[in-house]
Unconditional design. Structure first.
Ligand SMILES: Nc1ncnc2c1ncn2[C@@H]1O[C@H](COP(=O)(O)OP(=O)(O)OP(=O)(O)O)[C@@H](O)[C@H]1O
Length: 597
């Protein structure tokens, strides 16, 4: 269902640090807050190292001298240090919560805006679940990393350095014993990093695949139920989920092994230091207080050392999340082809009015190599104010051709002009104001019926809405419980197919566009409603240059002329009756299998 797509291709080799550094532009606005939080955390952690020193002072001083008042003072010191430590950790949370929510929101907004700019061909290639998981789970990982592992990697690193300095100053030989595991631990982390990164990448990609499957089965629930496909889908989903479970177990095994070794090596060192220290105390080379302080410091360093394992794991997962995020962000919207400077072949404007396609060629980017382009050498001129029907066998490239006009896809050769202006020379925002589209598959959004229609024009008001609903014969909207303010549900699924098509048509005509591109927009209507829509459309189309993909004679009759698309080229242009009598392929298309027009 999801297949091997460009989206799920893991990066060959990457550096976690380089991946994380790419987050800097988003973190920069809040870096002072994060730095303040890190400083507060360092202070809190260092305070925890003061506790063993207070213990040493109490053991070697008041306890050894049997002074109860001194013991109370030692207790008070410990209480104050502990309270200050707790207060500082609380302050850290306050400092990071708001700025990090900002970072996550900004990254998500940037991703969403970028997805809107990316061409349809990108969305054809990327499964929606992969994009969803990158905009949700991956960004959540980034926020958690900035809030917790990043600070604690720095803070625990600083605590370890300060702690070992104190240990070496107290008793350098015992300090070296505790430092001994550092070399094997570094080697271990290096070994672990690469393996864990690979597992983390696979797991995060699988989550994207699972999201795609869930989304597809929820959106296609009618087909799933209608064909009784739920057991098969359940099995397919189970296989994917089982695969993810296996990868998560592999990650847990890697993390478990690393954690065990990270815990055991320092414990062995502490045990050795305890034995050696006790011998030194027995020989009178070391005071009891110093040994207590030494061991308390060593124990206080347990958490910073032990936490390195899972902090590295979280860091790795975040680097993977950052990679996945930037894979989308790095996909540049295709640069608009420069319009070729050409002398118009006919008198300026007169011949160039309307919609003109010259030598247009198109090949889908993911088409198998060696296959011919879907469109090649397409020449077509629709005069200003004219309505042209586009007819062709199924799969001949009609939808592809009309999608080139509003630049949903970019023509790979040739040029398209609107009233003499090359479409590639017009900013997309203006192009979308000039050209309105409606497709056979009407797409509605989770909004009210009116909002769905008004999406077709920036400045349209209630009057335009009523006119557009009338043209599209979408009067049913007024009978909905809350009129045009009624919510139509996700993808408009609370409406019938014909109702959805009429709303999509109303959206196309609401802005009275100069150019209208309709891809078989009446296919779901009954004959009676289709005739009413056509009558109303005729009025709209009188002022508009329109290209209408048509399969049925009734839709073709809307048009002034008809163009026949065959084998990727326009092979005939004329009125419906001219082609019906003069072109066999057209006659056969319009008459159906029995050959009766
Ligand atoms: N995203 C895509 N990637 C690769 N090939 C595609 C893509 N979309 C369509 N095609 C191929 O392009 C060809 C033309 O498809 P298109 O949808 O334009 O045909 P059509 O004439 O509109 O068909 P119909 O009348 O059935 O709607 C088909 O062979 C189709 O398989």
């Amino acid at each position: 269902m999801t297949g091997t797509r460009e989206a799920t291709r893991p990066a060959e080799h990457r550096s976690a640090v380089r991946s994380l550094l790419r987050l800097w532009p988003y973190v920069r606005p809040v870096h002072r807050r994060l730095a303040a939080a890190a400083l507060v955390t360092v202070a809190a952690s260092c305070l925890s190292l003061v506790i063993p020193l207070a213990l040493k002072w109490t053991v070697d001083g008041p306890i050894a001298r049997r002074e109860p008042s001194g013991v109370w003072l030692g207790g008070l010191m410990l209480l104050l240090v502990g309270s200050a430590e707790a207060g500082l950790f609380g302050l850290r949370r306050v400092l990071v919560a708001r700025p990090l929510a900002r970072v996550e929101a900004d990254m998500r907004a940037a991703l969403y805006a970028h997805l809107q700019r990316l061409p349809v061909s990108f969305h054809d290639r990327w499964p929606s679940g992969q994009l969803l998981s990158r905009g949700t789970t991956d960004l959540m990982l980034v926020r958690i990393f900035l809030a917790f592992p990043l600070t604690f990697l720095l803070v625990n690193g600083a605590t370890i350095v300060v702690g070992f300095t104190i240990l070496l100053m107290q008793e350098w030989r015992l300090g070296l014993v505790l430092l001994a595991p550092v070399v094997p631990l570094v080697a271990l982390c290096w070994f672990f990093e690469e393996r864990y990164a690979r597992a983390a990448r696979t797991a995060q990609d699988r989550i994207g695949d699972l999201t795609t499957v869930i989304e597809e089965s929820v959106l296609g629930i009618r087909i799933v139920k209608g064909f009784g496909r739920h057991p098969a889908l359940q099995r397919a989903f189970g296989t994917l989920a089982e695969g993810l479970r296996g990868i998560e177990l592999h990650k847990a095994a890697l993390l478990g092994a690393l954690w065990a070794l990270i815990m055991i090596l320092p414990e062995l060192a502490v045990g050795t230091a305890l034995v050696l220290g006790t011998l030194q105390v027995a020989d009178g080379q070391l005071s009891t207080g110093t040994l207590v302080a030494f061991l308390s410091t060593a124990l206080a360093l347990r958490w910073p050392v032990e936490s390195i394992g899972f902090l590295l794991a979280l860091t790795n997962e975040t680097a993977t999340a950052a990679d996945r995020y930037f894979e989308v962000m790095d996909t540049a919207p295709p640069a608009a082809r420069e319009p070729r400077i050409r002398r118009p072949r006919c008198a300026p404007c007169r011949g160039d009015g309307g919609l003109r396609l010259e030598g247009v060629e198109f090949r889908y980017p993911d088409a198998p190599p060696g296959t011919p382009p879907v469109l090649r050498g397409v020449d077509l001129h629709i005069r200003r104010g004219e309505t042209m029907a586009l007819v062709g066998t199924t799969g001949s490239g009609k939808t592809t051709l009309v999608s080139l006009i509003p630049r949903l896809h970019e023509a790979t050769a040739g040029r398209i002009t609107l009233d003499g202006t090359d479409v590639t020379a017009v900013p997309r925002s203006r192009l979308r104001q000039w050209v309105a589209v409606a497709f056979e598959e009407p797409t509605l959004f989770s909004a009210s019926a009116g909002e769905n229609v008004l999406m077709g024009a920036d400045d349209a008001g209630e009057e335009d809405l009523d006119r557009a609903l009338a043209v599209a014969q979408a009067g049913f909207v007024h009978d909905l419980p809350e009129g045009h303010r009624t919510q139509v549900g996700e993808q408009g699924l609370s409406l019938s197919g014909g109702q959805r098509q009429r709303l999509a048509l109303a959206r196309a005509v609401v802005g009275s566009p100069r150019f209208l591109v309709l891809d078989d927009p009446l296919s779901a209507l009954d004959v009676h409603t289709e005739a009413l829509v056509e009558n109303a459309l005729r009025e709209v189309l009188a002022d508009t240059t329109a290209l209408v993909v048509a399969h049925r004679p009734s839709t073709v009759l809307l048009a002034d002329r008809v163009a026949l698309l065959s084998q990727g080229r326009i092979t005939a242009v004329g009125t419906h009756y001219e082609l019906l009598h003069g072109n066999r392929e057209y006659a056969s298309l319009m008459s159906g299998p029995k050959g009766t027009p």
